[in-house]
Design a protein around this ligand. Structure first.
Ligand SMILES: O=C(O)[C@H](O)[C@@H](O)[C@H](O)[C@H](O)COP(=O)(O)O
Length: 245
C-alpha cells in the first residue's frame, strides 16, 4: 500500500491522470488493451475532464480501452444520480472510444440481480481467466464504504460472485457493485479522496482495528497488484503514520 498526500484536487487529479495514462500505455503495449473500472462521486470529475483535454486525450489508446464501473446506482443513465452520467459528460463523450467497449452498469427492463449476472459474464469475457483489471478507480465515503460495499451489507462477505446487486435500504435504491474479490485481482487500485469529512474513516481504515464490516474499505487488499491512496491534506489530517517517505 502507498499513500500520497496532496495540497488540492488539481494535484490529485493531475497525478491520477498521469497514472491512468502510464497504466493504459503499459497495458496496451503488453497485452494489447487497457481495462479500467471508473468510479462515481465528486472526487474523479476533474480527473475525467483532464483525461479528455487536448493535452492528455491522445495519450490513451481509446480504441483499445474497455470501460467498466466499480459500482453504480440502479438508475437510468440520464438520471443525475447515475455515476455513468458524470463520466459520460466529462470523459466518454469527448474521447474516441467505441461505444461497444463501454460497459454501463445499467439496462432498462431487467432486474438488478439478473443484470449483475450478465455484467459478470461481460467482465469474464473481457478480462479472461486472470479476471484482473489493469486499473480500478475508487472513492470512499465518509463512513468507510468504497464501490457499493456498504457497512454490514451481505455483499461484504461475498466470495464467489464478481458482480453483486442488492437493495440498499438506507438509500432506498438498488446498487450494483464489483465485489471485493474481483477488485482485489486488479493490477492497480487507486483510491482518491478529499476533504475533512473523510479524515476519521481514513484513519480507521488504514490505522484502526481490522473490522471491514464497519469500514468496508479495509477489504481493499490486492492479491498481486498495487494499492495507492491519493488524498488531500484535509482527509489525511487524522493519520498518525508517515506515508510520504
Ligand atoms: O455511489 C455512490 O454513492 C457514490 O458514488 C459514492 O460511493 C462516492 O463515490 C463516495 O461516497 C465518494 O464520494 P465523493 O467522491 O463525492 O467524496
Amino acid at each position: 500500500m502507498m499513500l500520497k498526500v496532496f495540497d488540492n484536487k488539481e494535484e490529485i487529479s493531475a497525478t491520477a491522470a498521469q497514472l491512468f495514462i502510464d497504466i493504459a500505455q503499459k497495458a496496451v503495449s503488453e497485452r494489447g488493451r487497457f481495462t479500467v473500472a471508473l468510479t462515481g462521486g465528486t472526487s474523479p470529475d476533474a480527473l475525467y475532464t483532464l483525461l479528455s483535454s487536448p493535452a492528455f486525450k491522445d495519450k490513451v489508446d481509446w480504441a483499445h480501452t474497455f470501460i467498466f464501473w466499480g459500482d453504480e446506482r440502479w438508475v437510468p443513465l440520464t438520471d443525475d444520480k447515475s455515476n455513468a452520467k458524470m463520466a459520460h459528460r466529462t470523459l466518454l463523450s469527448n474521447v474516441p472510444i467505441p461505444e461497444s467497449q463501454i460497459f454501463y452498469m445499467w439496462a432498462d427492463g431487467k432486474s438488478p440481480e439478473e443484470f449483475a449476472q450478465e455484467y459478470e459474464q461481460q467482465v469474464r469475457q473481457v478480462l479472461g481467466d486472470a479476471l484482473s483489471f489493469d486499473l480500478v478507480l475508487l472513492g470512499m465515503g465518509g463512513e468507510g464504504h468504497t464501490a457499493s460495499l456498504f457497512p454490514y451489507e451481505p455483499v461484504l462477505k461475498e466470495k464467489d460472485k464478481l458482480v453483486y446487486a442488492y437493495f440498499l435500504a438506507s438509500q432506498d435504491m438498488f446498487r450494483v457493485t464489483l465485489t471485493a474479490p474481483l477488485i482485489n485481482k486488479a493490477q492497480n487500485i487507486v483510491v482518491m479522496l478529499l476533504g475533512e469529512s473523510k479524515a476519521a474513516a481514513l484513519h480507521e481504515v488504514l490505522e484502526g482495528e481490522h473490522n471491514p464490516e464497519l469500514y468496508p474499505a479495509q477489504l481493499l487488499n490486492p492479491e498481486n497488484g498495487k494499492l495507492l491512496w491519493l488524498v488531500d491534506q484535509a482527509a489525511a489530517k487524522d493519520l498518525k503514520g508517515n506515508y510520504n517517505s
